[in-house]
Write a protein of this length. Structure first.
Length: 126
């Protein structure tokens, strides 16, 4: 299993989002997948590069949609993130919380030998 970082940026001209996000890459039945347990988002493709590009598209659309609907903080809270709306800062759940709260990730981690990424994830909305 390869473990990669995705860098994401979103800007609509007035607001922007920048953060590093841990993703896990694996291959199954000739399809490559990129998954973020912190956001429960998945991309896929015929290669690891395509899976990562697909993931970045999904991530961009998630941020754009939730920001436009003004639900981004609520969605992140629902995913277990610590949210400080006043300072517009959020912190992802730690690895152990992701494993205990996310059944899909727990299954992947046990069956695919995924490697833990110990980096912190921060999201800022300006």
């Amino acid at each position: 299993m390869d473990k990669k970082q995705a860098n994401a940026k979103y800007s609509d001209g007035r607001n922007s989002v920048e953060f590093n996000l841990s993703i896990f890459l694996w291959e199954e039945d000739s399809v490559s997948y990129a998954y973020s347990p912190a956001l429960d988002l998945t991309g896929y493709g015929s290669s690891k590069e395509e899976a990562k590009e697909s993931f970045e598209t999904v991530l961009h659309e998630f941020i754009k949609y939730t920001h436009n609907k003004k639900t981004i903080f609520q969605e992140l809270e629902n995913l277990g993130w610590a949210v400080n709306k006043r300072k517009k800062r959020v912190v992802s759940p730690d690895f152990e919380d992701l494993l205990s709260d996310n059944e899909h990730f727990r299954h992947l981690y046990k069956s695919k030998d995924l490697v833990r990424d110990s980096s912190n994830v921060n999201l800022e909305l300006a």
